[in-house]
Design a binder for this molecule. Sequence first.
Ligand SMILES: [Zn+2]
Ligand SMILES: [Zn+2]
Length: 269
Amino acid sequence: MLKTNFHTHTARCGHASGTDEEYVLAAIKAGIKTLGFSDHTPYNVPEEGIRMPMDQYTDYVSSIRSLQEKYKDQITIYIGLEAEFYEDQWETLRNYRNELDYIILGQHRLSVQGLHSSRITDGKDLMVYADLIEGACRHGLCDYICHPDLVMYNYPRTDDSVRALAARLADISLKYNMPMEINCGSGVINKPRVYEDGVRPGYPQRVFFEEFARKKCPVIIGLDVHDPEWFLTDTYLNRAMAILEGLDLNLLTDFDLPAAAAERKKTFY
Ligand SMILES: [Zn+2]
Ligand SMILES: [Zn+2]
């Protein structure tokens, strides 16, 4: 159903399966015309099973660049990363930003070895999460925000802190013209979660997208593929979209993210 997906992992992160070429072939079979790879960013602090080891980065780039050439008549391929805004990794991030076609921000932790965003249970940490996302946007580091609602995975309920976060992310999106992702990965693949105020998938969380719809923030779909087979089903996409049914979203389709990234890089500092 989708023609474009910029959120694709490779086995290098340690929790995805298949070869790079299998992802490309599955994407072609699924009718994808524009495919972006965005594996989990390597930092000088390794985290096995979570992110690409630093010594595999060169191979990542050369492998995707060669597939880009090999399949250029069938599919357009771009190479990026799914990064976090970690200030102590700035030199590393700067190099990736300069070298790659685009960067998407998946703010998985509050610092490189700090609290995982999906484990937040305290409202104060929600604003730390928002500060990091705003920092990335202010610096021109990233081209869209992955699973902005990741913090809801273990957060016990939709309370005023959550609504304040949703409002703040919407304002950030408007200020920086930053697309917010409808993520079709773990949040809808894993079984629904039990919250104090109901049972629902971890993400997408409708309360965020109500705010994004109300303020007409740009929204983009990301498949967050960790297995080539995921390209061949619409199940997870349909689950994610069912959560958002009836919302008047400003949904970007076939968005030229690399062109937007080229512009944004001019503001990077
Ligand atoms: Zn992952
Ligand atoms: Zn991802």
